[in-house]
Structure formats: structure tokens, C-alpha cells
Design a protein around this ligand. Structure first.
Ligand SMILES: [Zn+2]
Length: 417
């Protein structure tokens, strides 16, 4: 049996597989468009399944279309160590978001095969359905149903944003409405490797990010009501301009984000002005807020400041404001042992690393509700993702995969369940 630290992954093979998968739905600008449950998604899934079977894995599909490729262990009864991510992309997506986590898992299996290495517990590589939430909302439906965040009927009934056809119908059509029940699959641990999708690792010159937690999120819908009036005859001091009030609120929201640096994020990304006519004073404005922070207490403080600022600004502008919380997602600290396994692996391999918090949602965030979970980030060029120019260094991808393998081995060879 090989020494743990001598177990290497094949970075070239990983890169070749990433490039081959990227041809399915390749765009002219070098990106990928492989929307969930389209014919292209089917093609990508079938390619993965072929590779997994060639690597000696047995493949099962659950009713949500989640794919589980199992590499057997010495103890067939032991719950598997799971790893994976997603194969669907944004409409103008890249080659690495999600795909890297799936194919890094596959490379772990292939590398262990090269050595004839048998783990104690089985290893399962998972492909989660509709992580992106682009064709069907919300995001992370497959892992959400698996983790019991959504029930199966809810998942199957999600409609295509444009045509209304449901996920259930599309799963049937592409042959991925599997027989396995959703959820209830015990896992010893779950690891997900992913590109960072932000600029921190690249700026710090670290190939490995040890993800300690995922940020909590609070999303709001705000309606500011003033009074529509003629832009000519209405003197400035008599106006109740909802857009002026809303713009001061947007500025305040931005300041709240800065006030809780470095982890807070505060974004207004959607604004509607009524009646949106150039010679009418706006009578109503609707906008959305996305607040993120890894600590619940800070999110609560931001919530408090938001309500106070919006109330005061509206009163000064003679407007009314309604701040409605639309969605809340608690901060998710990852499992201490799994985070430790990732850190131990990076140290053993001598790779520069740093702790990092995930700003984006990932399947791992839902998996953390049902299994001990950890994540590994690798840098992406310029921190850019959800873009056709998304890019990553083959050596960084290899390092992330090597860390994944070590972390999986530690958990898969651990005694007891
Ligand atoms: Zn992703």
C-alpha cells in the first residue's frame, strides 16, 4: 500500500477531461452553455457516466436526476465519502464552475485505480441537478431535494423560466428521471472542490483555499412610495420623489456594506421605477437588496441599520417605505473535521494555502445539513466566473485535486462510521 503523501493525481488527465467536457455546449468566445436538463446537459451527463464506469464505478440516478458514481471500498456497508458538484452552466458560463468539482472527483477515482488503492469506505462522485438556477429557479435544486430543503414534488414541478416546461418533464425526456429515492443516503463526509469565483486566492498567491464557512444571506424587496406629479409645475420643495429617496437608500445600503468590512457584501441589483417617464416625478420605486456575511449577528446588525436608514430617509423625503425580507439563508460553518482534513492535506503536500469563506452558494452548503462537509477552493483568473472567459491554471487545478484526494482518503480510511 502506497504512503498517503505519495498518492499523486494526474493533472494532465484532469485537464484533458475538463477540455473534453467543455466541448459539449462550447461557445464561440471559449465558454460553455450547457443549461440544466437540455440535450447538451444529457450529453455531458452521459460522458461523465461513461468515464465513471470505465473507472470501475457503478452509477445510480435518483428521481431528481442526481447521479451517484460509486467506487467500492473494502467495507461495502460503510457509508461512502461523497464528492462532486454540478455539470450544468450559466448561459454564458465557463469551463470550470462545477465541472471541476465533478471531474476532480473522477480524477481521484482514476488515480486510486492507477495504484490499485482500496479505501475502507466507498467513494461516491456526485453530479447534482440544476445547481445554477439559470433555466429553472431556484439554484441548487438537486442537492436541496437530497438534503430535504425542498420536497421532491417541489423540485419536479420547477418550471423553465421561459417555456414553463417542468424539471420533472425534462428529466423524463432526457432519460434522467432515475429510480433511486431522493435523500436518505448516509455519507461519512462530503467534499466539494470548486474554483473560488472571486479574486482573493489569486491576489494572495495561494493555490489552495480552505473553505471554513459559507456566508449567510438576507434578501429583501423594498418598495418606496411617493407621489407622481408633473416634472414642470411641481416646485422642488413640494415633491415626494420616490426615486430620490430610493437612491439615498441605495447609497446607505452601500455604506452599510462598507461599514462591516471585510466580509460584508451589500448589493442592490434590480430597480424598477414607476411610471418610468422622463417628465413625471417617480411615484414608486421597487428594488432588491442582497446582504451577505458569515456571521448571523452581523447580518442582524445590518438588518437593523437598513431599516433605520430607510425609515429616516423616507420620512425626510415625504415618502413611505416597505422593507420586506424575501429570503434568509443562515451562515453555514463547515465541519471541523472536514475542514481539518483539507488543511492537513494542503500542509502535507506543502501547498501554500489560506482560510477563506465562500461568498457564493454551492451544493456543499445544502450537503452540510445532512453530512460533515468541507470545500476546497482553487484560484480562477482575475476572480472571474459566470463568464465565458472564466479560466484557471492547470497546476492549481491539479493541486486542488491532490488536496481533495488526500482529504477523501483520510475520511474514507478512518476507523468506524
Ligand atoms: Zn458552481
Amino acid at each position: 500500500m502506497a504512503e498517503l503523501r505519495n498518492v499523486k493525481v494526474n493533472g494532465d488527465r484532469l485537464w484533458r477531461s475538463l477540455m473534453e467536457m467543455a466541448q459539449i455546449g462550447a461557445t464561440e468566445k471559449g465558454g460553455v452553455c450547457r443549461l440544466a436538463l437540455t440535450d447538451l446537459d444529457r450529453e455531458g451527463r452521459l460522458l461523465f457516466m461513461r468515464w465513471a464506469e470505465e473507472a470501475g464505478c457503478s452509477v445510480k440516478v435518483d428521481r431528481m436526476g442526481n447521479i451517484f458514481a460509486r467506487r467500492p471500498g473494502r467495507d461495502p456497508e460503510a457509508p461512502p465519502v461523497m464528492t462532486g458538484s454540478h455539470l450544468d452552466t450559466q448561459p454564458t458560463g465557463g469551463k470550470f464552475d462545477g465541472v471541476y468539482g465533478v471531474l476532480a472527483g473522477l480524477e481521484v477515482a482514476r488515480s486510486l485505480n492507477d495504484l490499485g488503492y482500496e479505501t475502507e469506505a466507498p467513494i461516491e462522485i456526485v453530479v447534482w441537478t440544476n445547481e445554477e438556477g439559470s433555466r429553472f429557479s431556484p439554484a441548487m435544486v438537486g442537492s436541496g431535494v437530497h438534503a430535504g430543503v425542498f420536497d421532491l414534488e417541489y423540485g419536479l414541478n420547477r418550471p423553465d423560466n421561459l417555456t414553463g416546461v417542468t424539471m420533472g418533464a425534462e428529466l423524463e425526456r432526457i432519460g434522467f428521471a432515475g429510480a433511486e429515492p431522493c435523500g436518505g443516503r448516509e455519507a461519512r463526509a462530503y467534499f466539494e472542490a470548486h474554483i473560488e469565483q472571486g479574486p482573493i486566492l489569486e491576489a494572495e498567491g495561494k493555490p489552495i483555499g480552505i473553505v471554513t464557512a459559507a456566508q449567510g444571506q438576507r434578501w429583501y424587496e423594498v418598495t418606496v412610495t411617493g407621489q407622481e406629479a408633473h416634472a414642470g409645475p411641481t416646485p422642488m420643495k413640494r415633491r415626494r420623489d420616490a426615486l430620490v429617496a430610493a437612491s439615498r437608500m441605495i447609497d446607505a445600503i452601500n455604506r452599510i456594506g462598507h461599514a462591516h468590512a471585510p466580509y460584508a457584501c451589500a448589493t442592490v441589483g434590480f430597480v424598477q421605477v414607476f411610471p418610468n417617464s422622463r417628465n413625471t416625478i417617480p411615484g414608486r420605486v421597487f428594488f432588491t437588496i442582497d446582504f451577505r456575511h458569515p456571521k448571523d449577528a452581523t447580518l442582524s446588525a445590518m438588518d437593523h441599520e437598513l431599516r433605520q436608514e430607510c425609515g429616516a430617509i423616507a420620512a425626510r423625503a415625504g415618502c413611505e417605505v416597505e422593507v420586506k425580507e424575501f429570503w434568509y439563508f443562515p451562515p453555514t460553518p463547515f465541519d471541523t473535521a472536514c475542514v481539518g482534513a483539507v488543511r492537513g492535506a494542503a500542509e502535507r503536500l506543502g501547498y501554500p494555502h489560506m482560510d477563506i469563506i465562500s461568498g457564493a452558494g454551492h451544493d456543499a452548503v445544502y450537503m452540510a445539513r445532512v453530512a460533515p462537509t468541507g470545500m476546497i477552493f482553487v484560484p480562477c483568473k482575475g476572480g472571474i466566473s459566470h463568464n465565458e472567459i472564466e479560466d484557471a491554471d492547470p497546476q492549481d487545478l491539479e493541486k486542488g485535486c491532490a488536496v481533495l484526494l488526500q482529504a477523501i482518503l483520510e475520511q474514507a480510511n478512518r476507523r468506524g462510521n
